[in-house]
Design a protein around this ligand. Structure first.
Ligand SMILES: Nc1ncnc2c1ncn2[C@@H]1O[C@H](COP(=O)(O)OP(=O)(O)O)[C@@H](O)[C@H]1O
Ligand SMILES: [Mg+2]
Length: 501
C-alpha cells in the first residue's frame, strides 16, 4: 500500500486551478469580471500570442487595499460574500475567491493596484503561487493585472492550448459578450497591438450591437422592454430576415451575466414560432433582470449555468412577451395594390433580397421555372416589380382544403420532387411576399423559399467547381462591404486560401 499523505498547498492550488483556468479565455473572463465587480466604467484588455504569453487587464475600479493585496491571492479569499446566506443576494459576478489563486498558480502574475484614498499604488509579483516581490509604485486609482506565460509550470496543460489565432478568437468573442452585457462600461480590446473592439460605455445597447455586428444587423432588430412579476426583459429581437442557421446568435444575459440556459433558449424559440422557417434560429441580444432570490448562480464556477426558481412561469412569460413584440411589429409584408407606390422609409424597408432575376440562377435548377415565368406575363421574379404587382391566381381556390398529411420541409429534398422528370410537372402558381414560390406538384402544394433555394443552387455549383478546380474569380467594382464578427474574421483569414481561389 502506498503511504497516504496530505498534498502541499502548491500542488493543491495547481489542481484546483484546472477547475477555473482552462485557457487564456478563462483568465480574461475572471479578470474582466473582477474589474466589473470593482465598479470600473472603463476596462482595457490587451493580449499577445492569443493570451498565452501576455494578458493585461486594466480597470478604473476601486482597487485593492494594500493590506489585502496578498490575501486576495489566497484560495477562497473574497470580499464579495462572507457567509452562505450572502449567496442568496449575491449581485457580483464572482464570489468564490478562486480566480486569483488559480491564475497565480499556473502563470507569472504582476498586480498594480491603488484605492482612491491611498497615496501610492502597490505592485505585487507572484509566480507559480510563490510571492516574488511587493513594493510601492506610482499609478492611478484602479487595478492592472498582467498575466504572463500561462501554464509555464504545467507543460501538460500547455499542450492542450490551441494556436494563438484560435485562442485570441475565443478571447475576442468573450469580449464581445462582455461589452454587450454592460453597455454602460467602455471596453477596449487590443490583440497584438491592434485595437479590435471599442465601445463607448454610453449605456446604449444598440450602439454596442452596431459596433460588433454592423449596420445590417442593427437596423434589423426591434426593441423589447417589458416587466413581468418575475423579471424584466429588455434588449433587441432580430427580425426573421436576419435569422440564422444555428443557435450561435441567441445571446442573452441574466443580471448582466452571459449564460446558457435551455429554459431561456426554448422560450425564445417558442416566442419566434411561426416567424421563422424550419431550421432557422433567431438573432437576439436580450437582458433579463430578476431578483436574486429567483436565481441560483452557484451551479458551476465556469460552466455559465444558472438555476431558476420559477422555471415554468418564466418560460411562459418570456415566450409570450417575445411573441407579442414580434407580432406588434407586424412582420407580414403588405401587399400593394396595382399602381400604388410604396412609400419608402429607411427604417421600415426590409433589406432588399439580393436575388438576381431568375434568369441568372443556375440553369439546371431553374430551367422549368424559367419557362413558366416567361409564359406568365404578369408574373415576374424581379423583386422590385413584384412589390407592386398583385398576384395572378389562375384557378379559383376551393373553399376548403382538407389536409391529409402533415406539412413537412424534408419532402422537398426527396429526390422525386427534384428529378428532371418531376420538374416537367411542376406548376408555378405564383410568388408571395416576394420570397416564396408556390408550386403545385402531384396534388400537393409546395412552398419554396426562393432565397434559400438560390443559396443552395449557388452552393452546389461552387462545391462542384471547387471539386473540378474550375473556379474563376473576378474582382467586383464597386466592392461589397460586409461586417464580420471577430470569430468570422478569424475564420476568414484561416481559410483565406479558399476564398482567394
Ligand atoms: N480588479 C480588481 N479590483 C478590485 N479588487 C479586486 C480586483 N480583482 C480582484 N479583486 C479582489 O480580490 C478578491 C479575489 O478575487 P477572485 O479570486 O477573483 O475572487 P472573487 O472574485 O470570487 O471574489 C476579490 O474578492 C476582490 O476583493
Ligand atoms: Mg473573481
Amino acid at each position: 500500500m502506498a503511504k497516504i499523505s496530505v498534498l502541499d498547498n502548491c500542488t493543491i492550488d495547481k489542481i484546483a486551478a484546472g477547475e477555473v483556468v482552462e485557457r487564456p479565455l478563462s483568465v480574461v473572463k475572471e479578470l474582466v469580471e473582477n474589474a466589473i465587480d470593482a465598479g470600473a466604467d472603463s476596462i482595457t484588455v490587451e493580449i499577445k500570442e492569443g493570451g498565452i504569453s501576455f494578458i493585461r487587464v486594466t480597470d478604473n475600479g476601486h482597487g485593492i487595499d494594500v493590506k489585502d493585496v496578498k490575501t486576495a491571492f489566497f484560495r477562497h479569499a473574497t470580499s464579495k460574500i462572507h457567509t452562505i446566506e450572502d449567496l442568496l443576494h449575491v449581485k457580483s459576478l464572482g464570489f468564490r475567491g478562486e480566480a486569483l489563486s488559480s491564475i497565480a498558480a499556473v502563470s507569472q502574475v504582476e498586480l498594480i493596484t491603488k484605492t482612491k484614498n491611498a497615496l501610492v499604488a502597490s505592485r505585487y509579483v507572484i509566480e507559480g503561487g510563490q510571492e516574488k516581490s511587493m513594493e510601492e509604485v506610482g499609478a492611478p486609482t484602479g487595478t492592472t493585472m498582467i498575466v504572463r506565460n500561462l501554464f509555464y509550470n504545467t507543460p501538460a496543460r500547455r499542450k492542450f492550448l490551441k494556436k494563438p489565432a484560435t485562442e485570441s478568437s475565443y478571447v475576442g468573442e468573450l469580449l464581445e459578450y462582455m461589452a454587450l452585457s454592460r453597455p454602460d462600461i467602455s471596453f477596449h480590446y487590443v490583440n497584438q497591438n491592434q485595437l479590435k473592439l471599442y465601445t463607448s460605455g454610453n449605456g446604449i445597447l444598440k450602439n454596442v450591437i452596431y459596433q460588433i455586428y454592423g449596420k445590417d444587423i442593427a437596423k434589423n432588430m426591434i426593441e423589447i422592454d417589458k416587466r413581468t412579476e418575475y423579471f424584466r426583459i429588455a434588449g433587441y429581437l432580430g427580425l426573421p430576415l436576419i435569422s440564422r442557421g444555428n443557435r450561435t446568435f441567441e445571446t442573452y444575459f441574466v443580471n448582466h451575466r452571459y449564460i446558457k440556459s435551455t429554459v431561456i433558449t426554448k422560450a425564445i424559440e417558442e416566442g419566434y414560432q411561426g416567424f421563422l422557417m424550419q431550421h432557422k434560429f433567431p438573432f437576439t441580444i436580450l437582458h433579463l433582470e430578476m431578483e436574486s432570490k429567483w436565481l441560483d448562480v452557484n451551479v458551476h464556477p465556469t460552466k455559465m449555468e444558472l438555476r431558476f426558481a420559477k422555471e415554468i412561469q418564466m418560460y411562459e412569460r418570456l415566450s409570450q412577451e417575445i411573441k407579442q413584440s414580434l407580432l406588434k411589429k407586424e412582420q407580414i409584408p403588405e401587399i400593394w395594390e396595382k399602381g400604388r407606390k410604396k412609400e419608402e422609409k429607411e427604417e421600415d424597408v426590409p433589406e432588399k433580397i439580393c436575388l438576381p432575376p431568375i434568369l441568372n440562377v443556375s440553369k439546371e435548377a431553374s430551367a422549368h421555372l424559367k419557362e413558366k415565368v416567361l409564359e406568365e406575363e404578369d408574373f415576374s421574379f424581379d423583386n422590385k416589380k413584384n412589390q407592386s404587382t398583385p398576384m395572378q391566381v389562375e384557378e379559383p381556390i376551393p373553399d376548403y382544403y382538407v389536409m391529409t398529411e402533415e406539412v413537412s420541409q424534408e419532402k422537398i429534398f426527396q429526390p422525386s420532387f427534384l428529378t428532371k422528370e418531376a420538374r416537367k410537372s411542376h406548376r408555378v402558381i405564383g410568388q408571395i411576399f416576394g420570397t416564396y414560390w408556390l408550386l403545385e406538384y402531384e396534388q400537393q402544394l409546395y412552398i419554396v423559399d426562393q432565397h434559400a433555394a438560390h443559396e443552395k443552387v449557388l452552393y452546389e455549383q461552387l462545391v462542384k467547381e471547387m471539386k473540378s478546380k474550375e473556379i474563376t474569380s473576378q474582382v467586383i467594382s464597386p466592392p461589397i462591404i460586409f461586417s464580420v464578427t471577430e470569430k468570422e474574421k478569424d475564420a476568414l483569414f484561416q481559410y483565406s486560401s479558399y476564398f482567394q481561389k
